[in-house]
Design a protein around this ligand. Structure first.
Ligand SMILES: Cc1cc2nc3c(=O)[nH]c(=O)nc-3n(C[C@H](O)[C@H](O)[C@H](O)COP(=O)(O)O)c2cc1C
Length: 166
């Protein structure tokens, strides 16, 4: 027999545990943990990230129209927890964690170099869905460690020890 599930929140699995990095108009770098994220177009390649408007990062992405999706490994569990529970409003989180920052090739946003893959995105649309605003980002460039790239140019996810945070 089936009964009604009463909590409708996050009823689809799996949600990836990614870090979204961004930069304010005046050059302040920040990153936050995001689980509301997915591919949303194959051609052209696009991804979507859901950011709650109260997040400090929200205004950065809204104003600059760019962000970077960083894939996270188990080795970065401590950093993931910190970036997902502290706000850039109160401190420079990336500095506090001594994280290495690189420059985007196509977008003016920071790459988290400790992450094996960095996906540069430009916002082409956004939808206020409720608690989150879903930012649709066109993929502009993907950086990955050489050994993670297959001959056909795709990422080899079997070689990335992707974090399962929850
Ligand atoms: C596992 C996990 C998943 C999260 N997913 C999201 C998400 O999808 N969207 C969001 O806006 N915040 C999400 N958060 C919360 C933010 O990462 C958190 O509020 C962060 O401190 C915001 O940082 P900021 O204020 O510097 O932008 C998540 C946190 C964790 C730990």
């Amino acid at each position: 027999m089936k009964k009604q599930v009463t909590d409708f929140k996050s009823c689809l699995k799996t949600m990836p545990d990614i870090l979204v990095s961004c930069r304010s108009k005046d050059g302040q770098d920040n990153a936050l943990a995001v689980a509301y994220a997915c591919n949303c177009s194959y051609d052209p390649p696009m991804v979507m990230v859901g950011i709650v408007p109260s997040r400090y990062s929200y205004h950065m992405i809204k104003e600059t129209g760019v962000f970077v999706v960083n894939l996270v490994t188990e080795a970065l569990r401590k950093e993931y927890a910190y970036l997902g529970s502290h706000s850039g409003r109160d401190e420079d989180k990336l500095k506090a964690l001594d994280m290495k920052i690189g420059e985007g090739k196509k977008v003016n946003a920071p790459l988290l170099l400790d992450c094996p893959v960095n996906i540069e995105c430009t916002v082409v649309d956004s939808i206020k869905t409720g608690s989150h605003e879903m930012f649709v980002g066109k993929v502009a460039y993907i950086h990955a460690h050489e050994e993670l790239i297959q001959e056909n140019g795709r990422l080899d996810f079997s070689k990335i020890n992707i974090i399962k945070f929850r």
